[in-house]
Design a protein around this ligand. Sequence first.
Ligand SMILES: [Zn+2]
Ligand SMILES: [Zn+2]
Length: 389
Amino acid sequence: MKALRYQGTRDVRIETVPDPAIVDARDMILKVTSCAICGSDLHLYDGLIPTLLKGDILGHEFMGEVVEVGREVRSVKPGDRVVVPFNISCGDCFFCKRELWSLCDRSNPNAALASKQFGYAPAGLFGYSHMFGGYPGGQAEYVRVPFADINHVKIESDLSDEQVLFIGDIFATGFMAVDVCGVQPGDVVAVWGCGPVGLFALRSAKMLGAERVVAIDRFPERLDLAKMKCDAITIDYEKTDVLDALKELTSGRGPDICIDAVGMEAHGHGLEFWYDRAKQAVGLQPDRPTVLRQAVMACRKGGTVSVPGVYGGHIDHFPFGAAFNKGLTLKMGQTHTHHYAPALLKRIESREIDPSFVVTHRLHLEEAPKGYDIFQNKKEGCIKVVLKP
Ligand SMILES: [Zn+2]
Ligand SMILES: [Zn+2]
């Protein structure tokens, strides 16, 4: 089959590899009908995630048709159309039983590698380095899905792939980022980063009852989409002082909820940004927390800072004193996709939202390297790339 393989920093290629096979009785094999490039794939692309090796197949946002199941699989059969959550869960461990799906204790065969980095290992992820299990990803014609009974959401309506694909990652991620903050009527929610996750966080905040949502970015096309599709007030951080603007919008009090939908490769300006960038470049600090610092500073006293953006290592100059003295609540983590995806599918089926509004580029799988380049460099107004094998 054809699959997208990592070669080295900013070098990915489509190559021919052996088809995946059932290796455990609980596996299924999926023929991928659509897959997407996620913002977090760009951290892999940029060579910032340790234990990613040359030849690894990327991709964790995908869906398709079941073509084969292991003999212990009960709830899916060949011919079924499914979306697959990006994190792999067993359904039966301490964490899965508590609906902490992204923290599954049994789906990461390389738990020792991740434990060294994090203390304990989170769940395995498709196409996301060996520290997260070394599973081949779904930017391919076929993919093996472990624990098939648990790791799927069946699509039984005639909704298009583009309408349902994102419940497996970015829509669920944006939604959880807001949901864990317990939005109250009248709340102001500020979101840094208007990529797909940020846009879904803005839409979700509105769905969950926020009075006003504020979008912070520097790309006009992203801010336009946030305004048009998410009814957001927009701030261009290159033209306006973000903290001042947020204060002004909230009668000097600050937003109730601040969401960092950017993560470890934040852009910014000023001395602090260049300091982070220089430290990241020489490997002294893997993450650039420009946005996180700003979110903590901007958040109102007693408010909540939520972090769906990916971090992988250590950060420096974190304003912990501000977080402590303002009594902030911090929420973060990989999405518990299995918990959110079925409920989000219902919202899509009832036409409350059509998530395909984020898609700007539709390419053939063979064009995936070009897709990474335009997404990484924000060429052609790129917001979301969907690939069709
Ligand atoms: Zn993702
Ligand atoms: Zn589990």
